[in-house]
Design a protein around this ligand. Structure first.
Ligand SMILES: Nc1ncnc2c1ncn2[C@@H]1O[C@H](COP(=O)(O)OP(=O)(O)O)[C@@H](O)[C@H]1O
Ligand SMILES: [Mg+2]
Length: 255
């Protein structure tokens, strides 16, 4: 077994990257896949959204990137079967600066991921809202890029730049990297703008656009404040059902 590694990226903030990563992992694990979520955003929203107590952590992704800990030492189980997380802290941002002049700065995450890849079916990497060294590390470590796009005005702004970065990574470091798909988030079928943006996504990305859209749903937004994925908070909510359906679609695509 070697894990399928997927990074969730979009240099825009607030588009649903972390929400998608946390909930995708929940349903992958429910579908019996051994799943690891790597929190690779210094903001640590995935870590806190799963109620991981940062004060009790002995080591985090920050230490992994600095070469001071093995990834296996950092991984902790969540409350859910088959769902592990490698948490982070805000110091990851400093670590990024510290390694900028080092030779292996681009491949640190990849090298770490390789040490645990045989223990998982899926490894999902939540990335920060930037095209930074952390994001490049994420792309080099991955088989696939998952791109969540918020269905609102300016949604596709910056996407061209992201695809450029991806191409560069493919050319120079990771030729096997593929765009897995584009996920429309915070979709509101009652507003023509949402519908219009989703149609634009389908026109541009064709079959790479996921059929499932994630609706704007208050239960999705509430769940992290209770430290749980939406599926554990209100599994009958529209948001939970959408993430469940999306996960199935993703499983099909990565078979
Ligand atoms: N489908 C949704 N419905 C309602 N709120 C959402 C939805 N998806 C995300 N949010 C909220 O929007 C905010 C940004 O989402 P987040 O996943 O943190 O984005 P990113 O990781 O891209 O910055 C968060 O407060 C989150 O709870
Ligand atoms: Mg985030």
């Amino acid at each position: 077994m070697s894990a399928k590694v997927i990074c969730v990226t979009n240099q825009k903030g607030g588009v649903g990257k972390t929400t998608t990563a946390v909930n995708l992992c929940y349903y992958l694990a429910k579908d019996k896949f051994k799943t690891l979520l790597i929190d690779f955003d210094p903001q640590g929203n995935a870590t806190s959204g799963l109620n991981i107590d940062k004060t009790t952590l002995k080591a985090t992704m920050t230490d992994v990137i600095l070469g001071q800990a093995e990834l296996s030492q950092v991984i902790t189980p969540t409350k859910y079967k088959r769902y592990d997380i490698a948490p982070t802290t805000p110091e990851l941002a400093n670590a990024e600066v510290e390694i900028t002049s080092e030779q292996k700065r681009f491949t640190r995450l990849r090298d770490a991921v390789r040490t645990v890849a045989n223990n998982y079916d899926y490894i999902i990497i939540d990335l920060p809202p930037s095209l930074s060294l952390l994001t490049v590390n994420g792309m080099i470590a991955s088989n696939y890029v998952l791109l969540p796009v918020q269905t609102e005005f300016y949604a596709l702004e910056g996407v061209a730049q992201l695809l450029e970065s991806m191409k560069l990574v493919m050319k120079q470091a990771n030729p096997g990297l593929r765009l897995l798909g584009v996920l429309a988030t915070m979709y509101d079928k009652r507003t023509s703008l949402s519908v219009q943006v989703y149609n634009e996504i389908k026109k541009y990305f064709k079959q790479l656009a996921f059929e499932t859209t994630i609706p704007r749903n208050v239960r999705v937004a509430e769940a992290p404040s209770h430290g749980v994925p939406v599926g554990a908070y209100d599994k009958f909510s529209k948001g939970a059902k959408a993430y469940k359906a999306f996960t199935k679609e993703l499983e099909e695509r990565t078979k």
